[in-house]
Write a protein that binds this ligand. Sequence first.
Ligand code: SF4
Ligand code: SF4
Length: 369
Amino acid sequence: MYFHIITSIDCNSECRYCYKKSCDDFGNDLNKTFKFDFSMPARIKYSIEQLKQFLARSKTRHTLTFYGGEPLMDIEKIKEIMDNVDARYMMQTNGKLLDKLPKEYINRFELMLISIDGDKKLTDFNRGEGTYDKVISNISLIRKNGFKGELIARMVVDEHSNVFESVNHLFSTGFDAVHWQLDAGFYQQDFKQRNFKEFSKKYNSEVSGLLDYWLNEMKKGKVLKIYPFLGIFESLYYSKTEKLRCGSGFANYTIAPDGKISVCPIMHDATVFQVGDILKDNPDNLKQIFVEEPCTSCDIYGLCGGRCLYANKASLWPKEGQDLICFTVRHLIDAIRTKLPEIRALISEGKITETQFSYEKYTGPEIIP
Ligand code: SF4
Ligand code: SF4
């Protein structure tokens, strides 16, 4: 089982699409849709022994992903957990404090998702002056100190982005993989302020350009780890269907600072998403929660997976906006499908191998952007 461990609700950044938009969205209807547990402490209140006992109720070796806020705001707790709990470790971080965690811990992580949006101009615009340089310097430091795990650049894409250029740029800076999330459907007030229709057309054309580039690199024997492509490619290539691709609600859970277990890390304090407690539950028997309509009757549900459980339940955008998001999902799937014959041929010729498409399935965020 995969668990996000929220070590700190606090964050040391005030990003435009997270902190700022959350403030701007104050007064949305989420309080009517969900009941929130406002007693959530900012830092972990359960003991390491309680965490160990919970995880040991299952025979599986779990994967723990540190998450926040910014997880490195409580470095001592991360060290304490890693010193005491046998697990696979991953982390989602903004990367600004990576130089503060000693290398003997850093080098035990199998994978890190680091928030960065593209080049310096875009990243600093979104995430604050100096962010880009700090993150790039920290990833170069951890590599120098022997970190051999996978480094995934985790971008947020919106009207200010060019996904083609940003992905190319991030591969040139030393990231092993790139993942992006569309800033779409996560806030209520922004749809009417944006021209998402225009954006979705521009975005789709950038995705098409990126797919051409992906295929051209394959012709040279290289499969770039572009997570939104890998997941869908796998389903199409092996004719498989998928449930929600982030695994939230059935394979991927979150342990909030008070020990409550939630299905989604960003909604750990909404009671509808809380499905247990580390004090009494067993990791193998946690309640499962799945997306509902309109996804369950959608013709591409088995390929999309429903995009995001939170967005599905919160339903913050009007139907027109939700349809536009689905338009981007359809484009992504169709565009990958058109490349399938050429990719199959490259695999048959031995130019590339199936194993080059392998990826960590539940890294945490949205495999469908
Ligand atoms: S395309 Fe849209 S409606 Fe269909 S499953 Fe995905 S998110 Fe749901
Ligand atoms: S995709 Fe949605 S449900 Fe899944 S982790 Fe992200 S916010 Fe939560």
